[in-house]
Structure formats: C-alpha cells, structure tokens
Write a protein that binds this ligand. Structure first.
Ligand code: HEC
Length: 186
C-alpha cells in the first residue's frame, strides 16, 4: 500500500500518473496490441493520426515557393513518365480502381486519378503535394522520394498530378509514355 497523506492532491496525482506510465509500458510489452495492417484503428486513433498529419504538413509546406512554369508541357510529360513508373502501382491510373497495394496497405494509398481538389486553394495543394512526395509520410506506405530525386523531378510530378484526374485512359497512355532517349535511371 502506498500511503497518501490526506489532502495531498499533488502526491495523489503523481501516484496516478506513475501508475498510468507503468500500465502503458506494461501494455507495450504485453503483446496484446494487434500490429496487423488488416486490423483497422479505432476512429479516435484515425482522427488523431490524420489531424497530426494534416497540421504538420500545412505548417511544413506553407512557405515552399511554387515554380511559375508548373503547367509547362515539358514538366507535364516528364512528370507523367515518372508517375507511371514510380507511383501508379500504389496510386492507380485512369481505368484502374484497385491494386494489391490499395487493398493491402493501411492506410490505403488514395486513388490520385480521381481526387480532384480544384475547389481548394491551388497553391497550397501544390505545396502540400511537393512536400509529401519529397519527404514521404511517416508510418505509412508513402516513401520519401528526395533521396535519389531532385526538386525538379518532384515538381514535374506535382505538375502531372494537377492534370491526372481529367485524363482518359488513352490520354494517360500518351502522356506517360517514355521516349527511348528519355530513359532516366532511378
Ligand atoms: C508503396 C505505395 C506507395 C507508392 C509507391 C507511392 N505512394 Fe504516395 N502514398 C501512399 C500512401 C499509403 C499514402 C497515404 C498516407 C496516409 O494516409 O497517411 C500516400 C499519400 C500520397 C499523397 C497524399 C494524397 C492526399 O491527397 O492525401 C500524395 C500526393 C502522394 N502519395 C504522391 C505519390 C507520388 C507522386 C508517388 C510516386 C513518386 C507516390 N505517392 C508513390 C503510398 C504510396
């Protein structure tokens, strides 16, 4: 028994906090938590993680300078070829509604061929996409692409993402084709 002096609110709190920490650590070691990607979070956990992600990305990306030539044909074509090689397996393309990755990853990669955010602030979407592609998203399947890819290539993909939701499967095919002289090593 731990003796608590009557009226000592502070001590009581300290004991409760200590018990909570010990309980928490015991839970971590107990093996009771399910780590499977096929076992979804509680709603409150999803809410906490998404709030953390969105607030963090808004803060980190708000001062990124968006290049003025983001809509150029060159950026679009180069970004399209890279998207098809590196991203479409997880984020899909026109005419494709699921893949092993969208079915199995948790959180599931969103279908970037259908997300249209045209009603939102365009600059902040571009900043957000650039930051996410460059740095990735912790504890999710979204990799950081900065190791191995410079900012220009990342902006090219941001450029392509602006057009992707409007493309038909045939237009996608044309825009993402890589010319023979244009092979880039990853
Ligand atoms: C292995 C699978 C995988 C690959 C490959 C991948 N991503 Fe992701 N991506 C994810 C996942 C999973 C998320 C969602 C993470 C989350 O919900 O926290 C995500 C999120 C994103 C988002 C944010 C979407 C939104 O609006 O919320 C963007 C943008 C994105 N990825 C772009 C790309 C681009 C561009 C590439 C290729 C260079 C790429 N991703 C490659 C798995 C992947």
């Amino acid at each position: 028994m731990i003796a608590i002096k009557k009226g000592s609110c502070f001590k009581r709190l300290l004991v409760m906090a200590g018990a909570a920490v010990i309980g928490g650590v015991a839970f971590l070691y107990s093996g009771l938590y399910s780590m499977g990607a096929d076992d979804p979070h509680y709603d409150v956990t999803t809410w906490a993680l998404e709030t953390l992600r969105e607030s963090s990305i808004v803060r980190a990306s708000q001062d990124i300078e968006v290049p003025s030539d983001l809509s150029s044909a060159e950026r679009l074509l180069k970004g399209g070829a890279d998207y098809n090689d590196m991203c479409a397996g997880c984020h899909l393309k026109p005419g494709k509604s699921q893949s092993d990755f969208t079915l199995g990853l948790y959180p599931s990669p969103p279908n970037l061929a259908v997300i249209s955010r045209l009603d939102e602030n365009e600059t902040s979407i571009d900043q957000r996409n650039f930051w996410i592609i460059k740095h990735g998203i912790k504890a999710s399947g979204m990799p950081a692409w900065a190791p191995g890819h410079d900012d220009t290539r990342i902006w090219n993909m941001v450029s392509f993402l602006k057009r992707l939701p409007d493309l038909t499967p045939a237009q996608y095919q044309i825009l993402t084709a890589r010319g023979k002289s244009d092979v880039v090593h990853h």
